[in-house]
Ligand binder design. Structure first.
Ligand code: G6P
Ligand code: MG
Length: 217
């Protein structure tokens, strides 16, 4: 059965995906173009640096390295201003219950996020104590869709990748989980996450028997 459960952060545990979008949209607009929601789907799970490279490509804009650094810092400042207002009440529905249920069943739980702000956010949500391992954007060199972040998380848990389940809202994250040999659960729309082993709209829609089934598989 599956005994390691790895959670992405943004868009899975907290609805910060919208704040990443707002902040990047502001960056794009400051350069004279817009960022669509469809384009934003392709930024989910993507590192800060690679996100800006993609945005510049889409806007067919070239900037020097200093400006690049400034824009990344500005984006993060804007993003952090959005999340400054967040607290435990912003944890997405049924996430805490799911974590407690898995923990109670003896499963190991990890965070596998591309974000360098992950520890800060998890602390703000008062969820850090529920995690046996936290792997984030500060710990890995190859960003999603490379499986490094999830493989490292599995290693920290001491659970083989084939016995790990990954919860992901990002296309790149589902790809990463699949290529790491893990069971991928997409959180979001089937249209976006068709390559996941299973997709649920959110944790409200995920019955406990589904989780039990995975542990007993
Ligand atoms: C997550 C989000 C991405 C974000 C990345 C880096 O994967 O889905 O939208 O770009 O983390 O986040 P950071 O907080 O380090 O800028
Ligand atoms: Mg995400």
């Amino acid at each position: 059965g599956y005994s390691g459960f790895i959670f992405d952060l943004d868009g899975v545990i907290v609805d910060t995906a919208k704040y990443h979008y707002l902040a990047w949209r502001k960056t794009a607009q400051s350069l004279g173009f817009d960022l669509s929601l469809a384009q934003n789907e392709n930024l989910k799970g993507v590192s800060r640096e690679r996100s800006l490279r993609l945005i510049l490509e889409w806007g067919q804009t070239q900037i020097d390295e200093d400006t690049f650094k400034t824009l990344m810092e500005q984006k993060n400042t804007d993003y952090l201003a959005h999340i400054a207002q967040m607290g435990p009440g912003d944890v997405l529905p049924k996430v805490q219950e799911t974590l407690l249920f898995l923990k109670g069943a003896g499963a190991k739980i990890a965070l596998g996020s591309a974000s360098k702000n992950a520890r800060l956010i998890l602390d703000k949500m008062k969820l850090s104590p529920l995690f046996d391992a936290i792997v984030d954007g500060n710990d890995v060199t190859a960003p999603k869709p490379d499986p490094e972040v999830f493989l490292t998380a599995a290693q920290h848990l001491g659970v083989p990748a084939e016995h790990c389940v990954v919860f992901e809202d990002a296309k790149a994250g589902v790809t990463a989980a699949n290529s790491g040999g893990m069971y991928s659960v997409g959180i979001g729309k089937k249209e976006d996450l068709g390559h996941a082993h299973t997709v649920f709209r959110d944790f409200n829609e995920m019955p406990q028997v589904f989780l039990k089934g995975l542990m007993e598989a």
